[in-house]
Design a protein around this ligand. Structure first.
Ligand code: PFF
Length: 554
């Protein structure tokens, strides 16, 4: 298959480069902010049981299958999920069109991810400049207050965050006085655009190679600081181990609505389907599987590049950063300084990262430095993820319209920015962001995963998958991996979707019916989705025409 010459030139420079790029896509805000919130909100240590089950039965097998699928598509000249599915399905226009889901899901996630990236940029810059210095913004520890009740005094950071993101009013960011986050968002969108514009090896790979050691160094520094804090308040129940225990203990005490404290055991937590749903979507979001990014990145791997090893390396890196770094970095220090009283905010990743942790840095010696380091780390990790969200759409534009990479990147970035601006406008209680996040980061990944698994197992087929994984592989992936995808991952995901739909769909539909912002957000997402479907359908026709013309020439 030959379409544009430009597409053929885009390849990763090295095996290490692709592993770092895919790991960069996986390691992001999901590891450092979303994961700790999910663990605490869903039963602590008990949550890790469905989490590890999802990792083993979904993430590892599906990631390997996605790498193989992507590389096979790339060998045939396709890089977008639509093109990859089209190629795997022996040129079926229907399956090509189905690839539009895996293209549009990361693209829409990118629309709000860049907004959160902007918050990290502002926080890092404010720490660096001293404006968010310890106890700097209306945050004071009254000498009379008993030690340890700091959190109650700390409205300052909450106010700072609220006014930064325009939480009180729609359109707040579009007034010059309160537009810092808007300008930061434009800056972050610009950085993402430039990286994608320069292409996979000169833009994305170079950036990921430079960012990876910095992310690692910053993480290690922050973790060493957390571990060596001892018991900073001297109060009982506030040591590092207590912090760890709060996050990881499998049984926990929870206050009921009537104020009574009850003990929730492991079995009770595991009997709750919401915990399984949360664990599965955390895995999808965090490992970035079945969301187009891995499929597209793998399509730029050299034909004999190793997919089994690369996929394992990228998944392992992600888990190391998520469970090791993300699990140590935020909640333990919050418990050490603020105590379990702060825990009401832990389930919301935003409150944890942007309100609770600044309070913690405010109380730490040299908190200004640690605050800067933490948000700088988040920013880097977020950018290496967000570039991977736009690339599948850029590839689709190249393949479906025959445009150059530069033109495709410009169009994709512009449409992405429109979505970001919609989210930046509807900031009242972060209404639009919540709706976008729920539908594309929680629900859509399950749909895209099911479609992709059908393509892999029932359309492309087991023999093709097996031989693709084996091609150029330095490790021997166990043969049962393919069987696991078909007989375990697939039914597991169907079960999770059914569970989810039975429990949550009604509530969600009710919410949409009562919220104009939810309706506007969903209409916007649907328009982008339909346009992507039209692009993918048009692309399949174009590929057919080119193949027919090639055949006649021969
Ligand atoms: N894995 C990223 C994170 O943990 O923040 C998020 C992500 C990246 C989601 C790429 C989807 C995607 F395509």
């Amino acid at each position: 298959m030959t379409t544009t010459d430009a597409r053929k030139k885009d390849r990763w420079g090295s095996q290490l480069g692709v592993i770092l790029a895919v790991s960069g896509s996986a390691v992001g805000l999901g590891n450092f902010l979303r994961f700790p919130g999910q663990v605490v909100g869903n039963g602590g240590g008990a949550f890790m049981i469905p989490y590890v089950v999802s990792l083993l039965v979904v993430a590892i097998p599906l990631a390997t299958a996605e790498w193989a699928l992507g590389r096979s598509g790339g060998r045939h000249g396709y890089h977008s999920p639509a093109g990859v599915y089209y190629s795997a399905s022996n040129r079926s226009a229907f399956w090509g069109a189905m690839g539009s889901f895996a293209t549009v899901a990361p693209f829409i996630i990118g629309m709000y991810y860049v907004f959160i990236e902007a918050w990290c940029l502002v926080y890092a810059a404010q720490y660096l400049g001293g404006a968010l210095a310890p106890l700097g913004i209306g945050f004071s520890v009254a000498p009379s207050s008993p030690p340890g009740l700091f959190f109650d005094d700390a409205q300052g950071y909450e106010n700072f965050f609220g006014s930064l993101v325009g939480i009180g009013k729609n359109g707040a960011l579009f007034s010059l006085k309160t537009s810092t986050a808007l300008f930061a968002t434009l800056a972050c969108a610009g950085i993402n655009f430039l990286l994608v514009y320069r292409g996979v090896s000169r833009g994305i790979e170079r950036f990921c190679k430079a960012a990876a050691p910095l992310i690692l160094l910053c993480s290690i520094a922050v973790i060493i600081r957390v571990i060596t804090l001892g018991n900073p308040t001297g109060l009982p129940g506030r040591s590092f181990l207590d912090g760890l225990g709060f996050m990881w203990n499998p049984t926990r005490e929870v206050a009921t609505a009537s104020g009574e404290v009850v003990r929730v055991g492991v079995c009770e937590t595991l009997a709750n389907p919401d915990v399984w749903l949360a664990a599965t979507s955390q895995i999808f979001f965090s490992v970035s599987i079945c969301l187009g990014a891995v499929c597209t990145y793998a399509s730029y791997v050299k034909p004999r590049g190793d997919v089994a090893l690369s996929s394992l390396a990228a998944t392992a890196t992600n888990e190391f950063c998520e469970v090791g770094f993300g699990g140590l970095m935020s909640i333990p220090p919050a418990i050490m300084f603020l105590g379990a009283r702060a825990s009401g905010s832990f389930a919301s990743s935003f409150a944890l990262g942007f309100v609770v942790l600044p309070n913690v840095f405010g109380l730490m010696p040299f908190g200004q430095f640690w605050g800067f380091l933490f948000f700088f780390l988040l920013l880097l990790a977020a950018v290496t993820s967000s570039v991977s969200m736009i690339q599948p759409m850029v590839a689709l534009l190249q393949e479906s319209r025959g445009w150059t990479r530069e033109r495709s990147a410009s169009v994709a970035a512009t449409v992405n920015l429109v979505g970001t601006l919609v989210i930046c406008w509807y900031t009242l209680k972060l209404g639009a962001l919540d709706v976008f996040d729920f539908w594309v980061a929680n629900f859509l990944p399950l749909v895209t995963a099911i479609i992709q698994t059908v393509v892999v197992c029932f359309v492309w087929g087991e023999p093709a998958l097996r031989s693709e994984i084996a091609r150029g592989s330095r490790i021997k992936p166990p043969l049962f991996l393919v069987t696991v995808v078909k007989y375990v991952s697939f039914p597991y995901m169907i079960l999770v979707v059914l569970f989810w739909s039975c429990r949550n769909m009604g509530t969600r539909i009710h919410e949409i019916a009562n919220s104009p912002v939810a309706q506007i957000s969903l209409v916007f997402m649907s328009i982008v989705g339909i346009a992507t479907l039209a692009l993918a359908t048009g692309a399949a026709k174009r590929w057919r025409r080119i193949a027919d013309a090639d055949a006649t020439e021969r």
